[in-house]
Design a protein around this ligand. Structure first.
Ligand code: ADP
Ligand code: MN
Length: 324
């Protein structure tokens, strides 16, 4: 990793500023807490089923000694100047950017990724480790949003409109109630109906809903507590690319390639080894583990599981409205 080439990660759906990416767009790097790094590492060793729901964890960049990444000077510089780091001037928010976590960029491989961040839980903080003022503030947010009623809220989203991304900020999602939050889902998934046949739309929504259910089933067999984690849903916002992924015919016929010479064969074989995973129509992941811990003996995380159930219900409703 040549850290001098890192750039700002554009258009996150929600969350803090200060995320970075590499030139190839394969990595997502954000300032993080030690608790989040610990959760990733513990999950990789102890809970492989849950690890499948997370973005791949590549390591960390430390402002002290670099860990696992050779030259972190440029990253450190960028983290130093990031918004979160500025919090360090006040004593209370010191944690912010001592460490950058290096993750797989979940948007990689999409042409125009539409991204929906659904913040999970009706309780948004760990009562064992949260100051009363912050707890009160988060209780208020939950009570005024669908976090309180449905155990999830739309924290933010970005939707490709054919020319650029429409950005829906955190205020957008805070204004929904349990009855009208379905409009937020309809807005997010509207891109499907422009590019796909109705059958394909229903099929894709059902597949995404099944992935959410799968995530929930995984969590139902585990004992952890995740506060303010998010379900991140991504799907291909480029209608031509999406149609292709759903089995449509390519719009421009493939040009017959001339037979390669021996030298070229060798080169293309080498390239093949490094080739990325094939593009997919969508992804469903859980992210943001700053306040997540494994809690053996405490039973399943109902706070989060209820949120996932209600997201599945929203998807169900959307599918029935579309096939009407
Ligand atoms: P924060 O602590 O700032 O809330 P999150 O982990 O929730 O950080 O990430 C904020 C936003 O960044 C998400 O809404 C999503 O758009 C984007 N994001 C987070 N993790 C990834 C990832 N691995 N790949 C791509 N985008 C990501
Ligand atoms: Mn977040």
């Amino acid at each position: 990793l040549d850290t001098s080439t890192l750039k700002a990660f554009e258009n996150t759906a929600a969350g803090h500023d200060g995320a970075l990416s590499d030139p190839a767009g394969e990595l997502f790097i954000k300032p993080c807490t030690q608790a989040e790094v610990d959760f990733y590492q513990r999950t990789l060793t102890d809970h492989p089923n849950f690890a499948e729901l997370m973005p791949a964890f590549m390591g960390t960049l430390s402002l002290g000694a670099p860990v696992q990444v050779a030259d972190s000077a440029a990253v450190q510089e960028m983290l130093d100047s990031s918004q979160m780091h500025k919090g360090q001037t006040s004593n209370s928010t010191k944690i912010a950017s001592e460490t950058g976590i290096v993750l797989e960029n979940l948007e990689h491989g999409f042409t125009h990724p539409n991204v929906l961040d659904l913040k999970l839980g009706s309780c948004l903080y760990d009562s064992n480790s949260t100051a009363p003022e912050k707890a009160a503030r988060l209780d208020k947010v939950a009570s005024e949003t669908t976090n309180g009623s449905l155990n999830f809220r739309i924290a933010g989203m970005k939707v490709w409109n054919g020319k650029s991304f429409d950005i829906y900020d955190k205020i957008y999602g805070r204004n929904f109630n349990a009855e009208n939050v379905k409009d937020g889902f309809a807005t997010f998934f509207a891109g499907l109906t422009t590019g796909l046949k109705p059958d394909d739309v229903a099929e894709l929504l059902e597949t995404i809903e099944a992935e959410v259910a799968k995530a929930r089933h995984t969590l139902e067999r585990l004992e952890c507590r995740m506060y303010s984690a998010s379900l991140l849903i991504i799907y291909e916002g480029d209608s031509t690319a999406l149609d292709m992924l759903m089995g449509g015919e390519p719009k421009t016929p493939r040009v017959q390639e001339k037979a390669p010479t021996l030298g070229e064969v060798k080169q293309s074989e080498e390239e093949e080894e490094e080739e990325d995973d094939p593009p997919v129509a969508f992804r469903v992941n859980i992210i943001d583990f700053a306040h997540a811990t494994w809690t053996p003996g405490q039973g399943k995380d109902e706070n989060v599981i209820t949120g996932l159930k209600n997201i599945e219900k929203q998807m169900d409703q959307l599918i029935s409205r579309l096939v009407e």
